[in-house]
Design a protein around this ligand. Structure first.
Ligand code: R5P
Length: 288
């Protein structure tokens, strides 16, 4: 049985359809003072798959997830698999300055405390987050569904990573599509400001597809789009796994001259057109 948290209702329904299992009705709302209320309705099997992204508002979505998990355990559910399509707090997965909380470790501990028995995530910001759990964790890659979408819509693309950290994604897609790939060099000045170094790129007259795991403020992508345009790319298409899209990020990217923006449905947005439902369902089918 599948239980969808309020951040991932549509994706939960799609995964349930793929797995041919029922959706558990759940009531989730806020008390007048803002606190979260959840009630799980109806009969439940011994094993439940909970789907909940923990993007904005992160704290609220996390609290809802913890309430669901602990409540299921209290109701006697034997096995809870948790699908967290976007893992919030994943970007603070180490102590950059002394005294900082390593948020990703704390979230991992809390998920286990709340009752998670197995976790499925998609393109965690850093692979080392899997090591913070004592329970099995599957870090799935959405590059195949993204590559399939590119294949259907763009002829002879060149895949571009906007920084070295995304080079693995560009290679993964390029290997599937048997096309060229390259990367740009980025320096992050602050959470809002990034600088991207000019570089010789062979994109003249080609359709360039940028791939990144997250688009947050859009700063990384805006710089990459400008450089690709300056190098004479015929079209620039932006793709990402997690469309975090803070404030006017989409507008900024379109204003930079991008032709299209495509993302997966790990988070809801205007550009979440590639579903990860089959990816998640297939991974769940492989586990006991
Ligand atoms: C960085 O490590 C990530 O892969 C993304 O490039 C980054 O999170 C994007 O952030 P922004 O959209 O704010 O530039």
């Amino acid at each position: 049985m599948i239980l969808g948290g309020s951040a991932s209702q549509k994706l939960a329904a799609k995964i349930a359809k793929e797995l041919k299992v029922p959706l558990i009705p759940i009531e989730t709302r806020r008390f007048p003072d803002g606190e979260r209320y959840i009630r799980i309705k109806g009969e439940i099997d011994d094993e439940v798959i909970v789907v909940q992204s923990t993007g904005y508002p992160q704290d609220e979505n996390l609290i809802e997830l913890f309430l669901i998990l602990k409540n299921l355990k209290d109701m006697g559910i034997k096995k809870i698999k948790v699908v967290i399509p976007y893992f919030g707090y994943g970007r603070q997965e180490r102590r950059f300055k002394s005294g900082e909380a390593i948020s990703a470790i704390i979230i991992a501990d809390l998920l286990e405390f709340a009752g998670a028995d197995e976790v499925f995530c998609i393109n965690l910001h850093e692979e080392n987050i899997t090591e913070f759990f004592q329970i099995p964790v599957h870090n799935l890659s959405a590059m195949l569904p993204i590559a399939d979408h590119i294949k259907e819509n763009i002829e002879n693309p060149v895949i571009i990573a906007p920084d070295k950290g995304a080079l693995g994604f560009a290679k993964e897609i390029a290997d599937i599509l048997q096309c060229e790939y390259d990367y740009l060099e980025k320096i992050r000045i602050s959470p809002e400001i990034v600088e991207t170094k000019p570089k010789n790129l062979d994109v003249k007259g080609k359709d360039a597809v940028i791939i990144d795991d997250i688009i947050s403020t859009g700063g990384t992508i805006v710089n990459a789009v400008r450089i690709l345009k300056e190098h004479g790319a015929a079209k620039v298409i932006v793709s990402c796994v997690h469309p975090v899209l803070v404030e006017d990020a989409l507008l900024k990217i379109f204003a930079a001259g991008v032709d299209d923006i495509i993302a997966t449905d790990t988070l809801l947005s205007d550009v979440s057109m590639i579903s990860v439902a089959s990816l998640v369902a297939d991974a769940i089918k492989k586990t006991k």
